[in-house]
Design a protein. Structure first.
Length: 186
């Protein structure tokens, strides 16, 4: 199987970390995003990563890839935690994209909304409920890592010592070290 990725994508990283943790060998292929000539578009017209190519089938979006691999949480509470982690990641990613726009095109009200939303999600969760090796734990850790390395304007650690300790322990393993996204100065 081939996993199409972008090294900076927290969504692709979720699958990459889980595959390493679970011993699934995937051929990772990095593709350019937002490029009309990207080879990814032959398999996924949305041009978003991750995309898992299993034979002729191109499966896009983290929950669908998790379902295909049999890795969705087995209980409703786990699915709910995964949903919160994915929503957190999505909000942070769109906030980050807005910050990359020219200053005159940015939306301060949109950024304020996403900052509030991200803080609300983090303040409402109990990190102890997120197993470090579960899909929802990996998704949460990838979202927080994205903030540390690519979206530093969100200082998620402030006032969240228990979450920061959970994160530091959860990411202290080879699967996270091997998939570190590049640092980006926002």
């Amino acid at each position: 199987m081939i996993l199409y990725i972008s090294a900076g994508s927290p969504f692709a990283r979720m699958i990459r970390v889980l595959a390493r943790d679970r011993g699934l060998s995937l051929r990772e292929t990095e593709v350019p995003l937002r490029d009309p000539a990207s080879p990814l578009l032959a398999h996924s017209p949305s041009g978003r990563v991750p995309v898992l190519l299993d034979g002729e089938d191109a499966i896009a979006e983290v929950p669908l890839i998790l379902a295909h691999l049999g890795w969705l949480p087995p209980d409703p509470a786990g699915v709910a935690r995964l949903g919160r982690a994915l929503a957190l990641t999505d909000g942070i990613a769109v906030w980050n994209r807005d910050l990359r726009r020219p200053p005159e095109e940015r939306s301060p009200s949109f950024q304020a909304l996403e900052r509030m939303r991200a803080g609300r999600v983090l303040d409402a969760l109990d990190a102890a409920d997120y197993g470090a090796f579960t899909p929802e734990g990996v998704a949460l850790a990838c979202a927080l890592s994205y903030c540390d390395r690519r979206h530093t304007v969100f200082r998620w650690r402030e006032g969240r010592d228990k979450l920061a300790a959970w994160y530091d322990a959860a990411t202290a393993r080879p699967a996270f070290a091997e998939t570190l996204p590049p640092i980006s100065g926002i």
